[in-house]
Design a protein around this ligand. Structure first.
Ligand code: HAM
Length: 425
């Protein structure tokens, strides 16, 4: 039997996990500075939640959901985090407790897409959602936060694409105008787009098929059909971004693959690092209708989500700082027991300690210690136990000396710290 991880789903092995931890910690600390608190929702939700919020005629709902039945319930592995967060917001009547809510989340999402570099079937998103602020200041603040954060991570060549889809009837008006432009060109559209002309014509603007790109040439821009309030909102987002010194390009063709957006819509792309064709690091926007449509009151919302794999591909690879480690090498029965006590004492002092309990030779233990990159080896044999000492070997300095057993843990922690290592006492 050849058992492998499912297609498009990856193991993250320990030699990669340090970068993940650093990225996740940087995300948490930044968004917490802005007042966001963490939300954790189930990995599965009722299928209808995604159908109703993301939209029936989207790629995600039409062909990418991992859906299964459990009893008479249809469940789906979450393809994104916004719908589940909104469901939780309504279910817990959060609007009744606070007028403004800022949540963030981090975790795996699932979409049955064709896998390629930067596009997976299980991928990790970090995202934020704000409920109860109609903007436009929060729209600009969010985009500015993201651009500065990406710059601090060393992600180069970041471009913000910005659009407005309007509220109220704008989208419907635009849909009609776009269909009017595309209908006479129907025969030249790709198969998917011909179907989309009826189900979801705005998505045709996002198509990369050269036939569709050609057909869209000269199409009206949604920015031309915004009503006065939409226009004022969009102008204010741009004025604030200008004042913050955060560059963006207005991209009237930006639609994105989810149907819930209203007004401000953005996507941040990068060209640096190891990113290939999948260059959208994150996407977001306003979705002022979703809470009402899910049975809650009318609460305006805005949010974004970033793909952590893509951010990692775009970030420079910094060398990993080795965590200072003490290796305990026990010999003999009493040495093993004493070594285990010493290892426990060291860990209680916050020192990362590995004990080799396999009862191998000193030579093999020293080999393991050096391949681990351990700074110090604490040798505890029956002889050391008899003399009430621990023999401490400094691998880099090729030096070895006995230290009294009674305060050996503290002494070793001190030696580790004096080698410039954190995690000492
Ligand atoms: P989205 O554009 O579908 O938006 O996904 C956001 C980000 O998740 C993308 O820019 C990309 O970095 C990453 N991503 C999406 N699909 C994949 C995949 N198959 N493999 C790897 N990374 C992927 C949303 O999900 C919205 N919920 C964002 C949002 C939050 N809007 C408002 N609030």
């Amino acid at each position: 039997m050849n058992l492998q991880a499912p297609k498009g789903m990856n193991d993250i092995l320990p030699d990669e996990i340090g970068r993940w931890h650093r990225l996740e910690a940087a995300f948490r600390s930044t968004v917490e500075l802005f007042g966001y608190s963490e939300l954790r929702t189930p990995l599965v939700e009722p299928t209808q939640l995604f159908v109703r919020s993301i939209g029936e005629a989207t790629d995600i709902v039409e062909k990418e959901m991992f859906t299964f039945d459990r009893g008479d319930e249809s469940l789906t592995l979450r393809p994104e985090g916004t719908a589940g967060a909104a469901r939780a917001y309504v279910e817990h009547a959060v609007h009744g407790r606070e007028p403004l809510t800022r949540w963030y989340y981090l975790g795996p999402m699932f979409r049955a897409e064709r896998p390629q570099k930067g596009r997976y079937r299980q991928f990790y998103q970090a995202g934020c959602e704000v409920y109860g602020d109609a903007g436009p200041a929060v729209d600009a603040e969010m985009i500015d936060m993201l651009v500065r954060w990406l710059e601090r991570l060393g992600v180069s060549d970041v471009t913000v694409h910005l659009n407005s889809l309007g509220a109220g009837g704008t989208r419907e008006r635009y849909r009609a105008a776009l269909v009017e432009h595309l209908a006479p060109r129907e025969a030249s559209l790709g198969d998917d787009s011909r179907r989309r002309l009826v189900t979801n014509p705005l998505r045709i603007l996002d198509s990369k098929d050269p036939r569709d790109v050609a057909a869209c040439e000269g199409a009206p821009s949604i920015l031309d059909v915004l009503d006065d309030a939409d226009r004022a909102h969009f102008a204010e987002v741009r004025r604030l971004l200008d004042r913050l010194g955060t560059p963006y390009v207005v991209d009237g063709r930006l639609v994105r693959g989810l149907d819930y957006y209203t007004r401000t819509l953005f996507e941040i792309r990068a060209t640096g690092g190891e990113l290939g064709a999948q260059n959208a690091l994150l996407g977001g926007g306003r979705y002022d209708r979703m809470i009402g449509e899910l049975g809650g009151p009318e609460v305006p919302c805005i949010g974004f989500a970033m793909g952590l794999e893509r951010v990692l591909l775009a970030m420079p690879r910094e060398p990993l700082a080795a965590v200072p480690t003490v290796f305990v090498a026990p010999l003999g029965d009493r040495g093993l027991a004493e070594g285990m006590v010493l290892a426990r004492e060291l860990r209680e002092l916050g020192v990362r300690t590995e004990l080799d309990g396999r009862r191998g030779s000193m030579k093999s233990m020293l080999r393991r210690a050096s391949s681990l990159g351990a700074s110090l080896v604490a040798i505890v044999g029956d002889g050391e136990v008899d003399r009430a000492v621990v023999s401490v070997k400094d691998l880099a300095a090729h030096a070895q000396a006995d230290v009294p057993r009674a305060d050996a843990a503290r002494t070793i922690a001190g030696q580790l710290a004096s080698k410039g290592a954190p995690g000492g006492a």
